[in-house]
Design a protein around this ligand. Structure first.
Ligand SMILES: CC(C)(COP(=O)(O)OP(=O)(O)OC[C@H]1O[C@@H](n2cnc3c(N)ncnc32)[C@H](O)[C@@H]1OP(=O)(O)O)[C@@H](O)C(=O)NCCC(=O)NCCS
Length: 145
């Protein structure tokens, strides 16, 4: 597996995964903005095939994981956890002291992955996300590095 920088030329493949795995996907514009803003945007590949990607925003000493996804047919093989670990290593190398993220309360897969990676709940934003039936809470999670 390799972890490499995401570029504009990856966006078709990235958006293919994004639309497949998220009910409310990021747009091409969201990814372009992330690249332009110099967020840490990484693609995870195996044998030239894109397994997934992640986007991390660095602040003074705190990073925020803005997106992480693994292609549907590649899920449940441990890639998500490995990609998350790689992003934590990158954050640590950039002298970040903490990583935070927001996750939909219904996203049991991601919440379980984050808990296994040492994240704990640090807050709740009620009715934060649009959802099929109205709005949905966001759980804020964090982990010291
Ligand atoms: C969350 C996501 C990245 C996990 O990727 P993955 O490669 O399938 O995860 P892994 O195989 O590494 O699993 C890591 C842990 O996550 C949890 N997990 C993953 N999928 C799960 C599922 N469908 N149900 C419950 N727990 C799940 C398990 O605890 C798992 O550990 P285990 O294998 O020891 O049981 C993937 O489901 C995904 O892309 N989801 C859509 C995008 C998304 O929701 N991103 C997070 C936004 S905040």
């Amino acid at each position: 597996m390799i972890l490499r920088d995401m570029t504009e030329t990856d966006l078709d493949a990235v958006l293919g995964i994004e639309r497949e795995v998220h009910a409310h996907p990021w747009t091409a514009g969201n990814f372009s903005d992330a690249l332009r803003s110099k967020y840490v945007c990484k693609v995870y590949e195996n044998d030239g095939q894109m397994l997934g990607y992640a986007v991390l925003m660095l602040a003074v000493d705190e990073a925020e994981l803005l997106d992480i996804a693994i292609a549907a047919r590649q899920q449940r093989h441990g890639w998500g956890r490995k990609l998350l670990e790689e992003m934590l290593v990158l954050a640590r190398r950039q002298n970040m002291r903490r990583v935070v993220l927001e996750v939909r309360a219904s996203n049991v897969a991601a919440i379980a992955m984050y808990r296994k990676a040492g994240f704990s709940d640090i807050g709740l934003r009620r009715e934060y996300y649009p959802a099929a039936n109205g709005r949905e809470d966001a759980i804020l999670m964090g982990r010291e590095l």
